[in-house]
Design a protein around this ligand. Structure first.
Ligand code: PLP
Length: 408
């Protein structure tokens, strides 16, 4: 531990939470825990309690915490060359762009960012370069908190305090091809969708939906833009959720972030097809985006996922989790949905937040993106035994919360 780390505020969860609330903007409410250390699939809080991390920092730490390969790649890159700006190129940036382009299976180009929302801002700006302005997005969508990404995010609670937002956005029901077809015309620059809606509660569209949307969009000269910020980089069992097994077409615009840097901030907007060469010098930029440290983090993540066959692992563990939840046959569980290690457990009653809080107090990190949905996005390195420990605890939590609800 460095000298600076040793000087960080120490103390109990309660004391640190008070200091947090005094000095941090109240954007996130009161923190549910104060974590001081992570290793593999575990986290430790300021009181020394250990947790099984089944959320991976919101679908980010696919390789778990303090992964040795990511760690050594970042430290070694930082001690060689940390940052030079985008006036200049670096080998790490070029290599990561080549790897991401490779995931599309076609000619592709990359613009690096520091987050998911910035990747979507880049994509949104690119759509304007088609000469059209209208965007069709989906009800239930989430694309980020900056003004452009917010404009294509559906939840009124997030949007309304900040209106007017960049305009010309129409929302259609997710998964409904007819509704989309009714809105498409020659004014539409792009259709933007998540291959699986994450923040909306892990909502999976009907089979063939994305194929149909692509054909429809293209028949009107519109781009298809898929936001893979949450689903990409192995989370749903493939590099890109819309290319299962690395096969098939790639969207014209693809955005990724979250799992790409395993916690080191890095995102990317990838262009193919009609979007390949839309941007010209001076039309978009970033100081930090794609710096060599962020790029090496992405390369280390990709190399580790390949070396340890973590795409296969994500699918196998994801199936184990889904089958295990179904086998509980619990009256409060309606269904389990998702793909790979991005899973939503849909409850019959809106008690998900209470269940997530109880789970946390019992040493399991999960969350509740919707009142009736529990989200699990564990590290891709999660073991069968670790998932079993969740599966045995879940019915007890449901029983406890369910009983409290009935008596209240
Ligand atoms: C699908 C999707 N797009 C974009 C974002 C925004 O990413 P970030 O929080 O890195 O800006 C998120 C974050 O949850 C997301 O799930």
């Amino acid at each position: 531990m460095s000298e600076l780390q040793q000087q960080l505020p120490a103390g109990s969860t309660a004391a640190l939470t008070d200091r947090y609330s005094a000095v941090m903007m109240n954007a996130f409410g009161t923190p549910k825990a104060v974590f001081v250390r992570g290793e593999g699939c575990h986290l430790w809080d300021a009181d020394g309690k250990r947790y099984l991390d089944l959320l991976s920092g919101l679908a980010v730490n696919g390789l778990g915490h303090a992964h040795p390969l990511v760690l050594s790649a970042i430290t070694s890159q930082l001690s060689t060359l940390g940052h030079v700006s985008n006036f200049f190129a670096t080998p790490a940036q070029v290599a990561l762009a080549e790897r991401l382009a490779g995931f599309t299976g076609t000619d592709a180009k990359v613009f690096f960012t520091n987050s998911g929302t910035e990747a979507n801002e880049a994509a949104l700006k690119l759509t304007r370069l088609t000469g059209r302005t209208r965007i069709i997005a989906a009800e239930g969508s989430f694309h980020g908190r900056t003004m452009g990404a917010l404009a294509i995010t559906h939840n009124p609670k997030y949007r309304e305090p900040f209106e007017p937002l960049p305009g010309d956005v129409t929302f259609v029901p997710y998964g409904d091809v007819e509704a989309l077809a009714a809105e498409l015309d020659q004014t539409v620059a792009a259709v933007v969708l998540e291959p699986i809606q994450g923040e909306n509660g892990i909502v999976v569209p009907p089979t063939g939906y994305l194929d149909q949307v692509r054909d429809l969009a293209h028949s009107h000269g519109a781009l298809l833009w898929l936001d893979e910020v949450q689903t990409g980089m192995g989370r749903a069992g493939d590099w890109l959720a819309h290319r299962p097994g690395g096969q098939g077409w790639a969207a014209d615009l693809i955005t990724v972030a979250k799992g790409l840097g395993n916690g080191f901030p890095v995102g990317a907007c990838i262009s193919t097809g009609a979007a390949l060469d839309l941007v010209q010098p001076g039309q978009h930029g970033t100081t930090f985006g794609g710096n060599p440290v962020a790029a090496i983090a992405g390369l280390a993540v990709i190399a580790t996922i390949e070396r340890d066959d973590l795409l296969t692992q994500a699918r196998a563990r994801g199936d184990q989790l889904a089958d295990g939840v179904r086998a509980l046959n619990h009256p409060l569980i309606e269904q389990v949905r998702g793909s790979g290690l991005l899973r939503g457990i849909v409850l019959t009653v809106p008690i998900a937040a209470l269940v997530a809080d109880l789970a946390l107090s019992e040493g399991f990190v999960i969350n509740a993106p919707r009142p009736n949905v529990l989200r699990l996005a564990p590290p891709l390195i999660i073991t069968a035994t670790q998932l079993e420990s969740f599966l045995s605890a879940l019915p007890l939590w449901l029983q406890q919360i369910g009983a409290t609800q009935e008596n209240s």
